[in-house]
Design a protein around this ligand. Structure first.
Ligand SMILES: CC(=O)SCCNC(=O)CCNC(=O)[C@H](O)C(C)(C)COP(=O)(O)OP(=O)(O)OC[C@H]1O[C@@H](n2cnc3c(N)ncnc32)[C@H](O)[C@@H]1OP(=O)(O)O
Length: 207
């Protein structure tokens, strides 16, 4: 039986995850935020993130509802902190995704509506593949990555840990993008990109 869930966060990303989980019949105990807020789905406010420690890691699973707009985000920090304490993060996979059977998914991955993930792609822990993003065959996508909505990733592309690929980006086949990169929205990536690089434009250039 699925464990009851706690959603961390109450913004737009948390709302999309919550609506998906409700549609899938999951039991959500409530949400955490730094200060009390109303929740648009009527979820219970549980308290700050500290309240999670009142629950045994064996009794619940967590859903990380904090989005990510740049590398080394609070999302990544929180995931690592709570993993050390034994908590497990539920993967959220919208029913309207299309995922090839050979795809390998890490813990706590979030695959939003319309995502298409092709043969033999590997997606590591805590990565978001956002609405309508496409990853073609043999992709290797690191941990704590955000592939923002509508991104198109061709075959044999590698993306390092903690990298953000901005909305609507296109990446041609065989490209390697490093760790902790920030690729601006609407970019077209035609050359490899080193670690810790911000790049954008058509074609994408380091800035
Ligand atoms: C469900 C969701 O909503 S998920 C959210 C997904 N959101 C994203 O993916 C957003 C990604 N972020 C971006 O694209 C941002 O524009 C960033 C990170 C690239 C901005 O980088 P910054 O260095 O802060 O750029 P800044 O905003 O200061 O703009 C600097 C210049 O670059 C230009 N610029 C900024 N972003 C881009 C871009 N993506 N492509 C081309 N040019 C850009 C600006 O127009 C500006 O040009 P100007 O100097 O001629 O006026």
């Amino acid at each position: 039986m699925n464990k009851p869930l706690i959603v961390i966060g109450n913004g737009g990303h948390a709302a999309v995850l919550t609506e998906t989980l409700i549609a899938q019949g999951e039991m959500i105990l409530g949400f955490t935020t730094p200060t009390e807020e109303a929740n648009r789905f009527g979820l219970n406010y549980l308290g700050t993130d500290q309240v999670i420690h009142n629950y045994s890691p064996k009794a619940i699973e967590l859903v990380l509802g904090i989005g990510m707009l740049k590398p080394a985000s609070f999302r990544e920090v929180l995931f690592k902190e709570l993993k050390v304490k034994g908590y497990r993060f539920k993967s959220v996979i919208h029913s309207a995704t299309n995922i090839a059977p050979s795809v390998i998914l890490g813990e706590g991955v979030q695959l939003m509506a319309g995502a298409i993930i092709q043969t033999a792609t590997v997606i590591a822990d805590n990565t978001i593949i956002n609405t309508g993003a496409i990853i073609d065959h043999d992709g290797i996508i690191g941990a704590h990555v955000h592939i923002a909505p509508g991104t198109k990733i061709s075959g044999d592309v590698r993306i390092g840990n903690s990298t953000h690929i901005g909305t609507g980006t296109t990446i041609i086949q065989g490209i390697h993008i490093g760790d902790s990169c920030l690729i601006g929205a609407g970019s077209v990536v035609v050359k490899n990109i080193n670690n810790n690089t911000k790049a954008y434009g058509v074609p994408a250039k380091e800035v």
